[in-house]
Design a binder for this molecule. Structure first.
Ligand code: HEM
Length: 521
């Protein structure tokens, strides 16, 4: 039953039809003891809306925390004017601010899972620029498990719960990884203390994939992005994490929310590494390989700006659950590289969002660009605005009447970057070197971090089948002799026990890896 007398009072509870509600505690029934009537619109709207409250959670990165703020540019790449390298407007002037949204996340658990899990952390930033949105969708570990997008469903299935037991099983993870040598660099990071960041404020972020910058002349550079937290980096051991998640599954979301509420605004500086845009045969890795970092002494990261987070979400569902990032979301002056992961990611994000949030996910306020939108796309589920141009009759192009027209193509847009030739093929990158950087990472660790890594590997690899354990020890010997020997010792596996794996491994090894293998024997 509704009551028209309070119609203009904004605090009056109404239905979605705008009818004031007179009783929200009792259904409409025939007599006090029922039966209920079916024409009770308010009751039906309330229950049927509740029945539809959830959308599917993200297939990965389901749990996350969102905040808002701004990015302030330095106008430079280190000491050099940035316009030499990119024409992206958000970077050009010192002090220029661009609104941003950020979502930190874990990867594998569901949307109510523990934030103290050993898991990479997602680090996704949406820049609402005057040229439309730019999404930089990265992680905290700088590298990834695989280098070709076709393997993504497999690596994620191995990390997700077993389809029978619905438990994450170390045996499945290492079964996959032990046959995926390019994952070693990521594993050495993930099973070290860095694999459990203390919270979202005290972690680095990395774009991971290689992108391009384009200047006004259409000249291109390869770039990688790094976010460095002003609060420093802090991590948890398994023991620390166990204590936290014993009482709180959402400590990192709480920490982020509370520090923003208290006016202690988290900040990160954005640094960029740069290379000329070609394949760099002088390097022992491919610049398009996301299992590699670029040595910082050769490719010095230089600051381009700072991000400040100063506002919390007002509603988790509207601004977190429906928030949608993607690697295809770039603005003029920024571009893709030919990284085989990046192209796969770029398809996957908007594809899943059209399913997860709906075909009009870009009309949700948190995803809308902060410049006018004029497309000829119309209709579909949950259309609630018309992103039309000046003439509502015209939803096609060309037209002799006023419709939304594409900008005249600028030569620089169609002629940027090197010219490519190649035969259609299915092949892995010629330069793999799956072990050197993983070994360097191990060598850079402090002693307690090395001990923690070895302990974690022994405990978890030990749950896998013996053949998988042997393969892992063999790979870890290739990564670093000491690491392989220590993990082998913990598992009761010596070098002689794994020598028989060499012929198998030659199928995936390059020359430098084979030379190292020969020395091990
Ligand atoms: C989320 C696919 C690799 C970082 C997602 C989602 C998909 C996906 C489907 C869910 C998106 C949504 O529902 O809105 C892929 C594919 C990959 C890949 C196919 C490889 C081919 C990576 C890599 C990184 C990464 C290498 C890190 C550099 C993220 C982040 C999110 C995410 C941060 C969460 C975004 C958010 O907070 O909404 N990915 N991903 N992904 N992915 Fe990837």
């Amino acid at each position: 039953m509704t009551d028209a007398t309070n119609a203009q009072d904004p605090s009056t509870l109404t239905t979605r039809q705008g009818h004031p509600v007179s009783d929200n505690q009792n259904q409409r029934t025939v007599g006090a003891r029922g039966p209920a009537t079916l024409e009770n619109y308010h009751f039906l709207e309330k229950i049927s809306h509740f029945d539809r409250e959830r959308v599917p959670e993200r297939v990965v990165h389901a749990r996350g925390a969102v905040a808002f703020g701004y990015f302030e540019a330095t106008g430079a790449w280190g000491d050099e004017p940035i316009a030499q390298f990119t024409r992206a407007k958000l970077f050009q002037q010192a002090g220029k601010r661009t609104d941003i949204a950020i979502r930190f996340s874990t990867v594998i658990g569901g949307r109510d899972s523990s934030e103290a899990a050993r898991d990479p952390r997602g680090f996704a930033v949406k820049f609402y620029t005057e040229d439309g949105n730019w999404d930089l969708v990265g992680n905290n570990l700088a590298v990834f498990f695989i280098r070709d997008a076709i393997k993504f469903p497999d690596v994620i299935h191995s990390l997700k719960p077993d389809p029978v037991t619905f438990r994450q099983e170390a045996s499945r993870i290492f079964d996959f990884m032990s046959q995926t040598p390019e994952s070693m660099h990521m594993l050495v990071n993930l099973f070290s203390p860095r694999g459990i960041p203390a919270d979202y404020r005290r972690q680095q972020g990395f774009g991971v994939n290689t992108y391009k910058w384009v200047n006004a002349a259409g000249e291109t550079k390869l770039v990688k992005y790094h976010w460095i937290p002003k609060a420093g980096v802090a991590s948890l051991t398994d023991a620390d994490a166990a204590v936290i998640q014993g009482t709180d599954l959402g400590h990192a979301s709480k920490d982020l929310h509370d520090s923003i509420e208290a006016g202690d605004y988290p900040e990160w500086d954005l640094y960029v590494q740069m290379m000329d845009d070609h394949d760099h045969p002088e390097l022992d890795f491919d610049p398009l390989d996301d299992t590699k970092v670029w040595p910082e002494n050769e490719f010095v990261p230089k600051k381009v700006g700072t991000m400040v987070l100063n506002r919390n979400v007002q509603n988790h569902f509207a601004e977190n659950e429906q928030l949608a990032f993607g690697t295809g979301v770039l603005v003029d002056g920024l571009d893709f590289s030919d990284d085989k992961m990046l192209v796969g990611r770029t398809f996957s994000y908007s594809d899943t969002q059209r399913y997860r949030v709906g075909p009009n996910y870009l009309q949700v306020p948190v995803n809308q660009p902060k410049r006018p939108v004029a497309t000829n796309q119309r209709d579909g589920q949950m259309t609630y605005s018309v992103d039309g141009g000046p003439n509502p009759h015209v939803n096609y192009e060309p037209s002799i009447t006023d419709g939304a027209l594409a900008e005249a193509a600028k030569p620089a847009h169609s002629e940027q970057g090197p010219e490519l030739t190649g035969r259609l093929t299915r092949a892995r990158l010629p330069r793999t070197d799956d072990y050197t950087q993983a070994g360097q990472r191990y060598q850079l660790m402090e002693q307690w971090e090395k001990d923690d890594l070895v302990g974690n590997f022994v405990a978890l690899i030990g749950q896998a089948a013996r053949a998988v354990q042997e393969r892992m020890v063999w790979h870890l010997l290739m990564v670093d002799d000491e690491l392989g020997l220590r993990v082998g010792e913990g598992l009761g596996i010596g070098v002689a026990d794994v020598a028989h794996l060499a012929p198998l491994a030659t199928q995936t090894l390059n020359e430098s890896e084979l030379a190292r293998l020969a020395n091990l024997g």
